[in-house]
Design a binder for this molecule. Structure first.
Ligand code: OXD
Ligand code: MN
Length: 612
């Protein structure tokens, strides 16, 4: 037995896994910079990483994945609760003992010819009551160097752990090497892929994929699926949310947390720069993807970002959409599935207006703009430490987290939903979050909405209806619950053009949200909640006329009635587990929006400023 940590359970587990997975060597990660340099250099030599030109992108690398291992695999993701009902209709469920037996067989000898790395890691500020410690055992050096950027890892975490409890995260790419067999740049298993959360003992097992959320087990697996289950039992929330502070010209910062399904620009929103005219405001980033939120003794909710790095989608990112992240990406980055320039730098669609004349694409093939296929994979990623982003708020290290004044939920919808509205109360807010979704275009039916409740569809570690009930219950307990808002940056006009410019201009909606919770901004009563009038938003520096604003905010009774009716299909999936309070909101909204029955209640002109 070559190594050793002081934690008896950890030692025993390492020994057990070594005997079972039969690696050639076992290595306990110390988390040092020297270790990162050593492992990344070994990977470059082995051909599984390309070192980028150090003059252009110092200490940065490009990894090219197997073309069949490019994204999270929702259909291969399993939540193993004792009963199927506990996992609910939106999760793949497997009986825990049967799944353990299946995985045991796959892991037997799975690490042959490879090194088994042991990575102690901490999610959340080290030393915070909010933090959780995990240990990932993996045979992927790509995971080791990525985890170094995504979390605190190594010796300091082991010291903090002492004899304490940790989450067991077991991972193998599932590609054992026979003696003398040459390796491939990106080993994975073509036939078997599993990403499994065992909720009975809180452990996580992943087999066959080396990619992102399938393999970096501290992220989606531990911080959302495992943590959400734990949070329900312990009275807190683990959410797929960004956390930002808006600092006003007087220096006061107000924090909000926001959930958006994918492709809604969450990372951009988390670090946006103010638009012209609003330069006195600063958006301060706490996190771009995950929030752990707990009730504080003061009756408010307090949030930490469990992550220490960004694992962001590269295509579309540029100096206009996200100048802050572009600055973070100048050095110390692992890029995955981006294109390579002849000068040894990376490129992706949208990085520059004009593509370079010549590239090597994400699969290593020659590429020119005439190739007729993207040069970078659409899900190409960057992995970079959050410490590199200039917008980061030092408060992200605060052990108790930051106080949350508002929740924001937003999908990508070309119709029906206005730029922003405030729910009348917590229960209605939970309703609007539960029915969140983004548009999917199905050729035959026109636009349909793919529901993504709380943006948690792939990440909720138990029955989604129970999760809604947990939110409802928690709201009841809070003396000072955050206000809840829905936003929609993506409304289009009859010519399918976006009505709202988005990006930095979204700060105007954020400012209204903050002003609402401070009791400083007005609103009008509407059927769906409280909406700003033109005069309620700050237009300094932007000429945005009343007609355009009216189109942006229009509430069409028939469209809304159709939307509310559609919620019934979602709710029906959960049978009698659906919280009665949500059913009641649904009934109320349906009645008030039935045209002709109760008159047009989509909008009244009652104005009020203070928030209850
Ligand atoms: C992500 C996701 O990668 O939500 O953050 O899929
Ligand atoms: Mn995410």
């Amino acid at each position: 037995m070559p190594i050793i940590a002081q934690n008896k359970d950890l030692n025993a587990w390492i020994e057990e896994m070594q005997a079972h997975c039969r690696p050639d060597a076992v290595y306990l990660c110390d988390g040092s910079d020297a270790e990162f340099q050593r492992i990344s250099s070994q990977m470059v030599e082995a051909g599984s990483l390309i070192r980028l030109n150090p003059d252009l992108r110092p200490n940065s690398f490009l990894a090219r994945s197997d073309p069949a291992d490019v994204a999270r695999l929702e259909h291969r993701t399993f939540v193993c609760t004792t009963t199927k009902d506990e996992a609910g209709p939106t999760n793949n469920w497997a009986e825990p003992a049967a799944m353990r037996a299946e995985l045991d067989a796959l892991f037997r000898g799975a690490m042959a010819g490879r090194t088994m790395y042991v990575i102690p890691f901490c999610m959340g500020p080290m030393g915070s009551d909010h933090a959780l410690i995990g240990v990932q055992i993996t045979d992927s050096p790509y995971v080791v160097i990525s985890m170094k950027l995504m979390a605190q890892i190594g010796t300091p975490v082991l010291d903090l752990l002492g004899e304490g409890e940790f989450t067991r995260c077991l991972h193998s790419v599932g590609a054992p090497l026979a003696p003398g067999q040459a390796d491939v740049p990106w080993p994975c298993n073509a036939d078997h892929k599993y990403i499994v959360s065992f909720q009975d003992d809180g452990s996580i097992t992943s087999f066959g994929s080396g990619y992102g959320g399938n393999a970096l087990l501290g992220k989606k697996c531990l911080s959302l699926r495992t943590a959400s289950y734990r949070a329900r039992n312990e009275g807190w929330l683990a959410e797929h949310m960004l956390i930002v502070g808006l600092e006003d010209p007087a220096g006061e910062t107000t924090y909000v947390a926001g959930a958006f399904p994918s492709a809604c620009g969450k990372t951009n929103f988390a670090m946006m720069l103010p638009p012209e005219g609003m330069e006195g405001y600063t958006v301060k980033t706490i996190g771009d993807d995950i929030a752990w939120i707990r009730p504080g003794a003061d009756g408010r909710l307090w949030a930490v970002n469990p992550e220490d790095g960004f694992f962001g989608v590269a295509p579309g990112t540029n100096g206009k959409t996200n100048p802050n992240i572009m600055q973070a990406l100048t050095r110390n980055v692992i890029f995955t599935n981006c294109a390579l320039t002849p000068e040894g730098d990376i490129w992706w669609e949208g990085l520059t207006d004009q593509p370079p004349a010549q590239l090597t694409d994400w699969q290593g093939r020659d590429w020119t703009p005439e190739a007729g296929r993207p040069a970078a994979h659409p899900n190409a990623r960057f992995t970079v430490s959050q410490a590199s982003a200039p917008s980061m708020d030092p408060a992200r290290a605060d052990l108790q987290g930051v106080p949350i004044s508002a929740f924001i939920f937003g999908g990508r919808l070309s119709h029906t939903y206005p730029l922003v509205f405030q729910s009348r109360d917590w229960t209605e807010g939970v309703y609007w979050a539960a029915t969140l979704g983004s548009e999917a275009t199905a050729a035959a039916e026109g636009q349909t909405t793919r529901r993504d409740p709380f943006a948690m569809l792939p990440f909720c570690g138990y029955n989604m209806a129970d999760y809604w009930q947990h939110w409802l219950d928690l709201g009841q307990e809070l003396a000072n619950p955050p206000a809840i808002f829905r936003v929609n940056w993506f409304r289009r006009d009859a010519d399918r053009k976006f009505i709202w410019p988005g990006f930095g201009q979204n700060l105007r909606a954020l400012k209204w949200i903050v002003d609402r919770v401070k009791g400083r901004a007005g609103a009008e009563e509407a059927a769906i909640g409280e909406v700003p009038g033109h005069g309620d938003l700050d237009w300094t520096g932007l000429d945005y006329g009343r007609d355009r604003f009216a189109a942006l905010m229009a509430l069409d009774a028939e469209e809304l009635a159709r939307e509310i009716a559609d919620h019934r299909d979602l709710f029906a999936e959960f049978g009698d587990r659906l919280p009665p309070a949500l059913d009641e909101v649904h009934r109320r909204l349906s009645e008030s929006l039935t045209p002709g029955q109760t008159g047009d209640h989509t909008r009244s002109t009652a104005r009020q400023v203070a928030v209850g």
